[in-house]
Design a protein around this ligand. Structure first.
Ligand SMILES: C[S@@+](CC[C@H](N)C(=O)[O-])C[C@H]1O[C@@H](n2cnc3c(N)ncnc32)[C@H](O)[C@@H]1O
Length: 236
């Protein structure tokens, strides 16, 4: 993939958020700038706000993730939040799950181009093969994938018992929690809590819903080595 230099318009906070990964974050932004619109991954208006709305908004989620955690990102799309997380936190073992071939191919190309320690799995989070093939995670992330009730049914089964799902949500999240609380509990979750990430770093901090999985998770099968996959693996 052709890369363009994205060194203009990088917010000051990016150095704090990405630390030693800033150059990789710039290259990811450059890839999206060069290919994102033509490949139908982002809308044309998003190019100007890639950093604040997408890269930084995603990477600050790292505040909620313990060192060395195994992370599954459900519905990564163009790579959010899983790719910025993998860049900002190379200690994490990240799996990007995405059902659309076009997007899964893009994710695999990004992982290869940036030499990230992440895997791409093509499939839907609720598929039996995904649940069986992808080892249970400490943290299951998502952004803009589904309402909380459905998300809980998809994400909690992918977490180990005591693991959490972290969903990036908008400002009306408390209403969503009230509406979907019964469904979250039925899916094996504890009462959700709401957290703000990136306070003091972003103009608009990222709102995150955290739900702990309280029921035993199904064992996830053999653990796969991170980083070895360059083409998206079809689950099953
Ligand atoms: C609106 S996009 C958001 C993409 C990305 N998370 C972001 O914030 O830019 C929703 C993504 O979720 C994926 N998706 C939808 N249903 C899914 C499922 N059941 N399991 C996993 N991913 C799913 C879609 O293919 C799409 O890429």
């Amino acid at each position: 993939m052709e890369e363009v230099d994205d060194s203009t318009g990088v917010p000051e906070s990016a150095a704090k958020v990405f630390g030693g990964g800033l150059d990789l974050a710039r290259r990811f932004a450059g890839l999206l700038e060069r290919h994102g619109v033509e490949r139908g991954l982002i809308g044309p208006r998003e190019v100007e706000r890639l950093w604040e709305r997408h890269l930084l908004n995603s990477a600050v989620l790292a505040e909620q993730i313990p060192h060395g955690a195994r992370v599954i990102d459900v519905g990564s799309g163009a790579g959010f939040p899983g790719v910025p997380l993998s860049i900002a936190r190379p200690d994490l073992d990240v799996v990007l799950i995405e059902p659309m071939a076009r997007r899964a191919d893009w994710l695999a190309e990004v992982v290869e181009a940036l030499d990230l320690s992440a895997q791409v799995v093509r499939g839907r989070a609720e598929e039996k093969t995904v649940r069986e093939d992808v080892p249970a995670a400490d943290v299951v992330t998502s952004r803009a994938v589904a309402p909380l009730a459905r998300l809980a049914g998809w994400c909690l089964p992918l977490a180990r018992q005591g693991g959490v799902m972290l969903a990036l949500k908008g400002s009306s999240v408390r209403d969503e929690i009230t509406r979907d609380l019964d469904a979250v509990k039925k899916a094996g979750g504890a009462t959700p809590s709401v957290h703000e990430c990136g306070v003091g770093l972003l103009d608009t901090p990222t709102t995150v819903v955290k739900v702990e999985r309280t029921r035993p998770a199904k064992s996830g099968g053999p653990r796969r080595r991170a980083g070895g996959m360059t083409k998206p693996k079809r689950a099953g």
